[in-house]
Ligand binder design. Structure first.
Ligand code: PLP
Length: 367
């Protein structure tokens, strides 16, 4: 947290209490951490890349963890010792924007690969941070493989938000970076202890990181942790069912672009298998429901602009409490009038065109 606080422009994001909505849904509390305010980047992801890239440079310069601050990484003498660095990653959009943004802040180069089907606006935002970025005719996991291959070939530094054999250190730092989001939420909740925390997962790094912290912080009082994924890319759900790492292949055609990952991060799964309680695989309309729900607040509740991957958890939580056909799952999760829900809206309207299509034009209507 101290390192993050040293990054220019860093501020903590708001935790919204949706009082009117929780009364409407018949629960005790509904809290949403609004990551659309994070670092002006509209998503939480830069917390991970920003920390990992700082830590990587810090190690090269021999800076101890407790002394790691942003200004020490960009001093002239530090840059002279370091020489030029090129960071590379694959991304659905949000992670790449975080890497490109941090590279620019650090005065270093950056290369970013995006999978086919990525919204052009996401590419442009990454290019606007000065990165050499392109949309390839590959899916997400194939882009990750290419980024790793080219890092080896050209001596670039791979900053990937998932681990694989022989590549574990930087993904672990990325997960550590995400801890700031969870720590802020815990601080903002003060003495309120949530009973249910819904965490969306792509490769599971964010969920693993937050779950580990919830376990450590709350101990015996740890809330029920529910992992939420699109049903087209539900690798954690399948892994949980099988008890061993499962992969989803193909195009993973879902509106939840940030969660369209087919291969769990093994390090994240190691944590989730110990700390998470349930995994839910969701159709796209649940995310669309969440976007509309948060964007059109009940009563005096604050408005939250939440994108597809950000809104699916709030969408699920509200669908569970409102829909007869989901009553079985509501009962299984013990959601009742004493429940206090915490969700992380991990992105804002990162795809503005699709946001409008869903929220204004009513695409992906409730099933
Ligand atoms: C907005 C958003 N939410 C959640 C996630 C999921 O994070 P992870 O891949 O660590 O599970 C992502 C990943 O890119 C994302 O962009």
């Amino acid at each position: 947290m101290a390192y993050h606080a040293s990054i220019p422009g860093f501020e903590r994001t708001p935790l919204r209490a949706l009082k009117s909505l929780s009364a409407h849904l018949g629960i005790k509390g509904f809290y949403v951490k609004d990551e659309s305010f994070r670092l002006g980047l509209n998503a939480f992801k830069a917390l991970g890349a920003g920390y990992a890239m700082g830590k990587w440079i810090g190690e090269r310069l021999g800076i101890a963890d407790e002394d790691l601050t942003f200004d020490r990484l960009v001093r002239d003498e530090a840059k002279k010792r370091l020489g030029p660095v090129t960071f590379v990653c694959a991304t659905d959009g949000n992670h790449g924007r975080g890497v490109a943004w941090m590279a620019r802040l650090l005065g270093q180069d950056c290369v970013v690969y995006l999978p086919k089907g990525t919204a052009p606006q996401r590419l442009e935002r990454i290019q606007a941070c000065g990165a050499r970025a392109e949309i390839l005719r590959l899916n997400y996991d194939e882009c990750v493989a290419l980024a790793a291959e080219n890092a080896g070939k050209y001596g670039w530094v791979l900053v990937q938000d998932t681990a694989f054999e022989g590549y574990e250190t930087i993904p672990a730092w990325i997960m550590q970076g995400y801890l700031t989001m969870a720590l802020e939420a815990i601080e903002q909740l003060r003495d309120i202890v949530p009973t249910h925390v819904f965490l969306q997962a792509g490769v599971g790094s964010m969920a693993g990181s937050v779950s580990a912290l919830l376990q450590e912080h709350y101990g015996e009082r740890k809330p029920l942790i529910i992992i939420v994924e699109p049903n087209k890319a539900d690798c954690i759900y399948r892994t949980a069912r099988q008890g061993s790492l499962q992969t989803v292949t193909g195009d993973m055609d879902t509106i939840m672009a940030g969660l369209a990952c087919g291969r769990p991060n093994p390090a994240a799964w190691a944590v989730l298998s110990q700390t998470a309680d349930y995994a839910v695989s969701c159709p796209d309309w649940i995310a669309a429901w969440g976007m509309r729900l948060l964007g059109n607040p009940h009563g005096d509740d604050p408005r939250i602009i939440s994108g597809e991957s950000g809104a699916v958890t709030a969408g699920l939580a509200s669908a569970l409490t409102q829909r007869e056909d989901l009553a079985w799952l509501k009962n299984l999760l013990r959601l009742d009038s004493g429940s206090i829900i915490l969700c992380f809206s991990t992105e804002g309207d990162t795809d503005q065109e699709n946001y409008r299509r869903i929220v204004w034009e009513g695409r992906y209507p409730n099933a």
